[in-house]
Every structure is written in structure tokens, then in C-alpha cells.
Ligand binder design. Structure first.
Ligand SMILES: *Cc1c(COP(=O)(O)O)cnc(C)c1O
Length: 354
């Protein structure tokens, strides 16, 4: 495919790519050479620009810094066998971006700017897409409220930015999680389904408490009864019980994860039973006692599948069997990776190849 209208671009004179050491690379260590910026003023989006990655100049009164109008996306691009690059599921990320922006009463980035902006930015920084297995280019599109005014109001000015950076796959060792029954991440009618900064800020304190008790993350429960599992840390939660993939149904307090959707779709393609149903703490305890639960994991772009080794619930640490290549979620993850790198047919048209 040809790139359409060329976005004005100022290239860096000094690429930083030589600083990247892929064998010691950690998530979030490096940003690629360029970023895209597009401002919204007087009711319209201006011309986007691509320029060298640099600090922003922002008024200390910018509304995003005070009242939390910030929305982001997290997505990945993959190196394919034929030296093409695949930006995974752009359309679904864009749809979710729109839903998040809308919920936060922010200006909606036009699809053309989002999609063309991503394509041209990533094309320019192609050399930054890692070739190592399981590594990827992480992509962070986001919008912040930039109007400089310290009264409480909906901002009338916004900035859309995209930057990227090479990452290895996150978490591989099974994690220990604690079912959280005091604090909540999201409530009915709230912003849980939106990818907005505040959802993260509010979750840190309970996560920090869980870490002090020796757990990596919390399994969030519903805000009304603290009885039903909602998400695993900042990932969706999935379980395998009696050979069925079980995951909480989407709601306004659960984020519609693109990895969740991709794995459920692949499971259905493979004839693996899938059940999107409420999962109570007691259901989990019963499944542990009957030994019908074989897998539990956090599901998201960073790790794809972050296997859980221990779940603390009803005051007991329950252990899951060892996780390995025979597991259902392991196989689905492999399949997803094969589609993304071009080794398996992309029947659902998830890949955007540049
Ligand atoms: C981003 C995110 C997820 C995972 O979504 P993916 O599209 O699969 O990366 C799940 N839960 C929360 C709260 C998130 O912010």
C-alpha cells in the first residue's frame, strides 16, 4: 500500500539506535528517534508533524496536569519475515481510543490522522522495530488537555502525540496475585472501560500494599459486592476451567482488551470452548478445591499472556499447576505470534503491513 499525503517531517540528525542493546533491553528503556504531534485548537485539528523525539513545552496550568483529561493507547508493531512491518489491529485500537476520548469529554482524533500518522511515523523509524523473537516496537498514542487555565473546566485545546520504542515481551515467570476485596479499580458508571490515566493513578496504592505482602499484582473485584473478578492488575483476566476458557464479560468497569479479543477469537477458531461469564471468588475457590482450574493469566499487549502461579483468595494461597507449552493459553499465544509475524494466515485481517 502507498502512503497517502506526506506528513511534514523533520528528521533527526543524530539517530540514537546504536544505544540499544537488545540482549539487556527492558520494557520502556528506549524511545525511537521520532514522534508525531498534532494540536487541536479553535474546534479543529491542525496539521500533524513528525519531528525528533524531544521534551514538550507545556503551561503549568495545562488542564491535563490538574484534572486528568488524558487518554492513551498501547499497541505494537512487529518485524515480519520479509522485512515488512506489521502494525497490529490499528482499527480496533482506534475504535477504543475514540471511546476513551469520548468518555473523557476530549476532542476525537480523526481516523486519518491516527492511521496515517502511525504508518508514516513507523515507516520513518523502521530500523527501530526489533527483529528478535518476541520483541516488538511498542507504540504509545495519547492525547492530553493542553489548555492553560486553572479553573475546573473541559479543555478546549488538546495535543495528540505518538511515540514508540523497542521492547522485549514483558513478564515471563508466573506471577503471584492477591484478590483485592477492599479497594476497587473501577465502578459501574465510571471510567473503567476507558484507557485514561486516572485509572492507573488510582490503582497504584492498593497494588503497592499487595507488593508489601509479597504479591506482584492484585485481581480486582467488582465495586458493588467485591465478589466477582474483573481484571488482573492492568490486564484482562482469563482462566481455564475444565478445558473451557473463562473470562469476565465486558462491562463499563472492564477494559475491552485487544489481546483478550484476539485470544478469544483464536480459541473459537480452534474449537476451544469459551465462556464469557462472571467469575466469583467462590467459583475460583471451588475450582481450586476440585482441581478443575488449570490456568490463570493476565492478558494484554505488553505480555500477551502473563501466567499466574499463585492466587490469594479467602485467606489462602492457591497454587496453579506449572505453565508450559502444553497449556491452552500458551498455544494461543504462539498462534497469535505466528499471525503477527506472517508465519500463519491472517484470516481476520488484523495486520496492517507497511
Ligand atoms: C490496556 C489495558 C488492558 C489490555 O488491553 P490490550 O488491548 O490487550 O493491551 C487491560 N486492562 C486495562 C485496565 C488496560 O489499561
Amino acid at each position: 500500500m502507498e502512503l497517502t499525503t506526506k506528513i511534514p517531517t523533520r528528521r533527526t540528525s543524530q539517530s540514537k539506535i546504536k544505544e540499544v542493546n537488545s540482549s539487556t533491553l527492558k520494557f520502556g528503556d528506549f524511545v525511537s528517534d521520532h514522534m508525531l504531534i498534532c494540536d487541536y485548537k479553535n474546534g479543529e485539528w491542525m496539521q500533524p508533524h513528525i519531528m525528533p523525539f524531544a521534551n514538550l513545552s507545556l503551561s503549568p496550568a495545562a488542564l491535563a496536569l490538574h484534572y486528568g483529561q488524558t487518554v492513551f493507547e498501547g499497541m505494537k508493531a512487529f518485524y515480519m519475515t520479509n522485512s515488512k512491518i506489521n502494525i497490529f489491529r490499528i482499527a480496533k485500537h482506534y475504535d477504543r481510543f475514540v471511546k476513551s476520548l469520548d468518555r473523557m469529554a476530549m476532542a476525537i482524533v480523526p481516523e486519518e490522522i491516527f492511521t496515517e500518522g502511525l504508518r508514516q511515523l513507523i515507516d520513518l523509524d523502521r530500523a527501530w522495530v526489533p527483529k528478535e523473537k518476541d520483541h516488538a516496537l511498542y507504540i504509545r498514542p495519547f492525547v492530553i488537555a493542553t489548555e492553560s487555565r486553572f479553573g475546573v473546566k473541559i479543555s478546549e485545546e488538546y495535543r495528540f502525540i505518538i511515540f514508540t520504542g523497542p521492547v522485549p515481551i514483558a513478564y515471563t515467570r508466573p506471577i503471584k496475585v492477591k484478590v483485592e476485596t477492599k479497594y476497587v479499580r473501577a465502578a459501574k458508571g465510571g471510567t473503567g472501560f476507558a484507557k485514561c490515566g486516572g485509572n492507573y493513578g488510582g490503582s497504584y496504592y492498593p497494588t503497592q500494599l499487595a507488593r508489601k505482602e509479597g504479591y506482584d499484582q492484585v485481581l480486582w473485584t467488582d465495586s458493588k459486592e467485591n465478589k466477582y473478578i474483573e481484571e488482573s492488575g492492568m490486564m484482562n483476566a482469563m482462566f481455564v476451567v475444565d478445558g473451557t476458557i473463562v473470562t469476565p464479560p465486558l462491562s463499563d468497569s472492564i477494559l475491552d482488551g485487544i489481546t483478550r479479543d484476539s485470544l478469544l477469537t483464536l480459541a473459537r477458531d480452534n474449537g476451544i470452548p469459551v465462556s464469557e461469564r462472571p467469575v466469583s471468588i467462590d467459583d475460583l475457590e471451588t475450582a481450586f478445591r476440585n482441581q478443575t482450574i488449570t490456568e490463570a493469566a493476565g492478558i494484554g499487549t505488553a505480555a500477551v499472556v502473563a501466567p499466574i502461579g499463585i492466587i490469594h483468595l479467602n485467606e489462602i494461597d492457591f497454587h496453579l499447576p506449572e505453565y508450559g507449552p502444553e497449556n491452552v493459553l500458551y498455544k494461543l499465544k504462539q498462534q497469535l505470534e505466528s499471525i503477527r509475524t506472517g508465519h500463519l494466515a491472517d484470516v481476520h485481517e488484523w495486520n496492517c503491513i507497511i
